[in-house]
Design a protein around this ligand. Structure first.
Ligand code: 2YJ
Length: 271
């Protein structure tokens, strides 16, 4: 899993309008609407009674400046109540439980979860990112059933994305610079493993990029729709001109998807 850096998430607490207006243009939906759809809900939900604690975690490579604050801002924008605990790690978790929160958000280097206290269930960021970006791709592509979709990267997010897109009836191909990883997904899920990342990219219009890769514009198809959680994020001028949509943000789509999905575990909401 790629580690976020403070400069990557610097703008997160303030830039929701920009992300929502970009998503509205590309997908016709806001972050909250995409997250609800990813959780199987097609109407607005009032989350104002959901109380969330974001716990900074010092283990491994330690605190990422601005991370908990950004998660807190994302959760608030969904209409939930949220705060960052004063204590870190187990101490912060204990504080959250003592305060009687409904959900705890916390991340170390390998795992980022939204834990619903009442349901004793969590949603992790790999699934949240894959689902959030798959829903965005589906909307930007005007439906995904029967379409050829390429997943780049056969890691945690890519593996989730392959399963999600396949379950929606897309013709899924997967590619990874480690060809054996793509091959393993071919065997597990009956998707197609493509050995050459560049050829795979050049031959697809609908792409979910779950790899830390930078793609030259010459390989991008005219009118391509690219849903791309991967960091670093960079597309050259040619790529930006040719693509119909490039969907990316450093943290918000995956985090909103996790928070909404876990919140719904303990809410009575019609589907
Ligand atoms: O609490 C903190 O500040 C840190 N322990 C946060 C660590 C955040 N985790 C990561 O950066 C993960 N490696 C990746 C998160 C995936 C976001 N798409």
């Amino acid at each position: 899993m790629t580690r976020l850096t403070p400069d990557l998430i610097e703008g997160v607490p303030d830039d929701t309008l920009d992300l929502d207006s970009r998503l509205l243009k590309m997908c016709g939906k806001t972050v909250k609407q995409l997250a609800l759809e990813g959780a199987g809900v097609y109407h607005d939900v009032d989350f104002s009674k959901m109380r969330v604690a974001c716990v900074p975690i010092t283990s491994g490579m330690g605190i990422i400046g601005g991370f908990s604050k950004s998660v807190d801002a994302i959760v608030r924008r969904l209409g939930m109540q949220s705060y960052v605990t004063a204590g870190t790690d187990v101490n912060g978790f204990q504080q959250a439980i003592r305060d009687g929160v409904d959900m705890v958000m916390m991340a170390d280097d390998a795992m980022f979860v939204a834990y619903n206290v009442h349901a004793a269930r969590s949603t992790n960021n790999s699934w949240g990112t894959a689902m959030g970006y798959a829903v965005a791709l589906k909307n930007a592509a005007g439906g995904i059933e029967g379409k050829d979709v390429l997943v780049i990267g056969a890691g945690l997010v890519g593996t989730e994305a392959v399963q999600i897109l396949k379950s929606w009836g897309a013709n899924v191909s997967v590619t990874d610079i480690k060809t054996e990883k793509a091959k393993a997904l071919e065997e597990r899920f009956g998707v197609k493993a493509l050995p050459d990342v560049e050829d795979a990219l050049a031959s697809h219009r609908y792409i979910l990029n779950a790899a830390p890769a930078i793609f030259p514009g010459r390989l991008i198809q005219e009118g391509a729709v690219i849903s791309t959680p991967g960091v670093p994020h960079y597309f050259d001028e040619e790529g930006r001109k040719k693509a119909k949509a490039i969907i990316h943000d450093p943290l918000e789509i995956g985090t909103a998807m996790m928070a909404v999905n876990s919140a719904l575990f303990s809410m009575e909401v019609s589907k």
